[in-house]
Structures are given as C-alpha cells and as structure tokens.
Design a protein around this ligand. Structure first.
Ligand SMILES: [Zn+2]
Length: 168
C-alpha cells in the first residue's frame, strides 16, 4: 500500500513552495512553473466519465503533485479491485473526476487552495458537492484516509469530493 505523510497546511509553503511569499514578491508565474516541476501525470486504474456539454467525456489521467499522485492511483486501484467493473458502473463510482492541479485561491480568497500545489484531488464530484451531505461509499473514503488523505467531508462546511494531503 502506498502511504504518504499527511501534512499540516502551514507546512505546504516549505514542503512544496511558498506561494504567499511569491505573491508578495510578484513572481507567481515563476512559482507556478516551479510547482509544475513537482507534478506527475499518472494513468487512472479505470476510466472516469465527466458530463461535458451534455456528453460523457472519458478521463484516464491525473496530473498531481508527486507527493500524492501514486497514493491516489493506489486507492482507486483498491476500490476497482474490490468492487469490480460492474459495481463501479452501477454505483456511479466512475463518475465526475475533478482532477488536482489548479493554480487558485480558496473561495474566500484568503488562502491558497491545496489544489494550487496539486496536493489535493476532487473525485466523485456529483456525490460530494460543497456544502452538501456526501453520498460517497464509506469504503472509498477509508481507502483514501488510510493512505494519508484528509477528507473534505469531515470539514465544517463539507466538501465531499475533496481528498487532500493536509486538513484543508
Ligand atoms: Zn478540492
């Protein structure tokens, strides 16, 4: 099993890159480039489908920070091997993969989103919308938690699709 070290949000600046400092010094373009070097593209163990303009679009790859990328794959592999392809389809566990790297701040604009470092991933978006009670199976949540992920469904304002390298 691939397990990574769960971090604290305040650690992300020195483990990955200090984005607040880069912003103050007006060099976010360099920061983004440096973080890109920490990202890897990995193949998903099974195909996800996203609804895009009324059509199902297959998703086969994840681009995320190397700190979490292989643990995501490992968790999804366990889920796929446990459920099998039919049950995955039946339960909609192949639906709505939100991805990881997104160079942005959180909704309140106060902090950098963990997605800015590619160190969080959004999966099963339709079953874990922000502010709504998540309907993701407990087995799937545990598959991620035991590998080091913090789950957004545990946040005060639940964000069920969000699996992060830190609590945040
Ligand atoms: Zn997220």
């Amino acid at each position: 099993m691939i397990i990574f070290k769960t971090l604290a949000y305040r650690d992300l600046d020195h483990v990955f890159y200090d984005l607040d400092k880069a912003e103050k010094e007006d060099r976010l373009d360099i920061a983004k480039e440096e973080i890109s070097k920490q990202l890897v593209t990995v193949k998903l163990p099974y195909t996800f489908y996203n609804m895009v303009k009324g059509k199902l679009k297959p998703v086969n790859y994840l681009r995320a920070n190397i700190h979490i990328a292989y643990a995501v794959i490992d968790a999804l592999k366990e889920i796929y091997e446990t459920y099998g392809p039919e049950k995955i389809k039946e339960q909609g566990l192949d639906r709505e993969f939100g991805g990881s790297f997104c160079f942005r701040k959180t909704r309140n604009k106060k902090w950098w989103s963990v997605h800015a470092w590619g160190a969080a991933v959004d999966i099963w978006c339709d079953k874990g919308r922000m502010g709504k009670k998540p309907t993701i199976p407990e087995f799937c949540i545990q598959a991620f938690k035991k590998r080091g992920f913090c789950w957004g469904g545990d946040f005060r304002n639940p964000d069920g699709m969000h699996f992060s390298c830190c609590f945040g």
